[in-house]
Write a protein that binds this ligand. Sequence first.
Ligand code: 13P
Ligand code: 13P
Ligand code: MG
Ligand code: MG
Ligand code: MG
Ligand code: MG
Length: 364
Amino acid sequence: VKTTVSVIKADVGSLPGHSRTHPKLLETAARMLKEAEGSIIIDSHVTHCGDDLELIMTHTRGEDNEEIHKLAWNVFTECARIAKEMKLYGAGQDLLADAFSGNVKGMGPGVAEMEFEERGSDPVLVFMADKTEPGAWNYFLYRIFADPFSTSGLVIDPSMHDGFTFEVHDVIEKRKILFNTPEESYSLLAYIGAPSRYVIKYVWKRNGEIAASTSTQRLNLMAGRYVGKDDPVMVIRAQSGFPSVGEVIDPFRTPILVAGWMRGSHHGPFMPVGVCDANCTAFDGPPRVICLGFQICNGKLIGPADMFDDPAFDRVRDRCCELTDVLRAHGPFEPHRLSLEEMEYTTLPGVEKQFKDRWEDIPE
Ligand code: 13P
Ligand code: 13P
Ligand code: MG
Ligand code: MG
Ligand code: MG
Ligand code: MG
């Protein structure tokens, strides 16, 4: 029987502003999932990254299962109810629908799931981010599964030498495409280098075994108005035919810039932190990522290990703080502020509307 790992997340309210999830929401979610262990799910772990409540669940029901999605939806609506009682900020923010209808996809929560036959030993890494968009994973997934200067196993491990298959989603046109690496890596990069539109959804071994799964929902495209950032999650399997745990997390030592941060309208450095530092503070950020490591054992989650709670990641955090200074110095100017095309999904069009009748044509 196969094991499914489901990571489902939503921002249902936080304190103060958009900085962190209230402990009462974490406790409520953990208790509700614990009550479902042994019936709907096998095991669970609840955490937060910034203001996003993260549900990590294991079960045998496969991806897109109605019972699992309904359980997550019930947890989010109960936590949103408590958040409203406490007048937490953005209570119920990511719950775009009033009632559950079979699957949380398209209703606001983010979902990354994978089903697999457990190996003799199955290390799984769960990444969770705040103040950024799903395309933020593109760079790291490329480095992990396609860059031999990053993952030495691509070169020296015969079980990885054939490369991987990437499924890329176009979140604007709602279409998908597969690319095989290494032979199509330049073509893959042609698309995923534009992460606001092209998002890696899955990575597989060339034999079809699942290696990585991400959440790809774009809240603002779904809602048709500004509702914060998507704050994505990702699940990756490691070792024995996949990149090692160290190869999976090493690319996060590079301080790259992602879209999100303040008002979902700015580029900022993506800072890997331990769970104790997963609170968005400076200018509502900078954007953060946590990683919890588990061994999966007959559907049980052995762990977690807090992977970025480590002095080996201190230097990238320092460099992210330096980049924060550089970008913040730009104030309201690009490239700190997102491009006009991306600002379409923020609150800026509301300002432009006020001046639409004051513009005059310039004579030729
Ligand atoms: P160990 O000898 O510590 O098990 O290391 C093996 C390995 O492959 C590290 O990446
Ligand atoms: P969230 O998507 O994390 O709620 O961020 C919204 C925001 O406006 C931060 O400044
Ligand atoms: Mg929020
Ligand atoms: Mg448990
Ligand atoms: Mg958030
Ligand atoms: Mg958000």
